[in-house]
Design a protein around this ligand. Structure first.
Ligand code: HEM
Ligand code: HEM
Length: 142
């Protein structure tokens, strides 16, 4: 592969669109975007592009508050480690297919940190899991 590094907002957008091309059709996490969140991709792409532009290119175009939509999603369908692992696998594959370099590495590393942090924070208002993996639906308020 003769890939170059992530250099511009257009590169961030290409990465994001390519990722969602896979994520929305994915057998493990696709339904979370399509059926549960009913994601409006055209509204979402500029925000998530700004998120990555801020992290990778220092743009300060993202206003923050990334955790909240995941907490809302988690209220509807509990987000498990397996969902985050799948998200990270698709993200890593997409980054590696399109780009190579320091920023590409940072894109993968930061996603791994954020996924771990989100998963950790969601444990704070986790539905009780009974022994044997049966989920009892009693929810604490966030
Ligand atoms: C150039 C350096 C960095 C930039 C510009 C950056 C940027 C950001 C941004 C914009 C967010 C989203 C914040 C929000 O939505 O409120 C975020 C989240 C996060 N970052 Fe970074 N980051 C950087 C370096 C790091 C480093 C070095 C670490 C850890 C070693 C890290 C760990 C995290 C974690 C754990 C979160 C998720 C926090 C949460 O639970 O909401 N970041 N970062
Ligand atoms: C199980 C894994 C994940 C699922 C199912 C998921 C799903 C979603 C959904 C449904 C939204 C809301 C879209 C909308 O309606 O506007 C969203 C927003 C977002 N997600 Fe995720 N996500 C996951 C993991 C992550 C990770 C690991 C990151 C960061 C590395 C991330 C970053 C973001 C950001 C920045 C937003 C935009 C928040 C805003 O509007 O400012 N997500 N995600």
């Amino acid at each position: 592969m003769t890939s170059r590094d992530i250099e511009s907002r257009a590169d961030c957008e290409r990465l994001v669109r390519s990722f969602y091309g896979r994520a929305l059709e994915d057998p493990i996490i696709g339904f979370l975007f399509v059926d549960v969140a009913k994601l409006d991709l055209e509204a979402h792409v500029p925000r998530i592009t700004s998120f990555w532009e801020t992290i990778l290119l220092g743009a300060q175009s993202y206003g923050g508050g990334a955790f909240r939509p995941h907490a809302l999603l988690h209220q509807k369908v509990p987000l498990r480690r397996a969902h985050f692992d799948r998200w990270l696998t698709l993200w890593t594959e997409t980054v590696d297919e399109l780009f190579a370099g320091e920023r590409a590495e940072l894109a993968k590393a930061h996603a791994t940190r954020v996924a771990a942090a989100f998963h950790q924070r969601l444990q704070g208002f986790e539905p009780e899991a009974a022994p044997g993996g049966v989920v009892v639906v009693t929810r604490r308020r966030p």
